[in-house]
Write a protein that binds this ligand. Structure first.
Ligand SMILES: [Zn+2]
Length: 123
């Protein structure tokens, strides 16, 4: 190994380490975003629960239309959380098994939890 090789090896190691740190920070931030979104989601569920409770207690019929803004909000947050979780998995080189929803290695041929064939799912 000549000096040039040693230098480029060191640069590679440095860049890999730096990249890893960057990823870790990103994943940490996303985790934080996910938990703060989950808190908001729980609040929305709470509001929905209260609206439902009120209408039942007051002898009213539960009106799905009147709570639509809340259910839309919940659906939106669920979708956002789902997306963020996928991003976190991608950063860790993982994906969700389409059958059992367990995280598996991105390049795994079979799910380590349920044994599903993951090859056909590769795009
Ligand atoms: Zn599975």
């Amino acid at each position: 190994m000549n000096l040039d090789n040693i230098f480029s090896k060191a640069k590679e190691v440095f860049e890999t380490a730096y990249k890893k740190t960057g990823d870790a920070v990103n994943v940490g931030k996303q985790r934080f975003d996910i938990s703060s979104l989950e808190n908001k989601l729980n609040k929305s569920y709470e509001i929905l629960g209260k609206l439902c409770y009120d209408s039942v207690v007051n002898g009213g019929v539960f009106d799905a239309e009147s709570v639509k803004p809340v259910t839309d909000d919940i659906a939106e947050k669920l979708a956002q959380i789902e997306e963020m979780k996928k991003e976190v998995l991608k950063a860790k080189n993982k994906k969700l098994c389409p059958k059992c929803s367990e995280p598996v290695d991105k390049d795994a041929a079979f799910c380590s939890s349920c044994g599903a064939n993951l090859e056909e799912d590769k795009a």
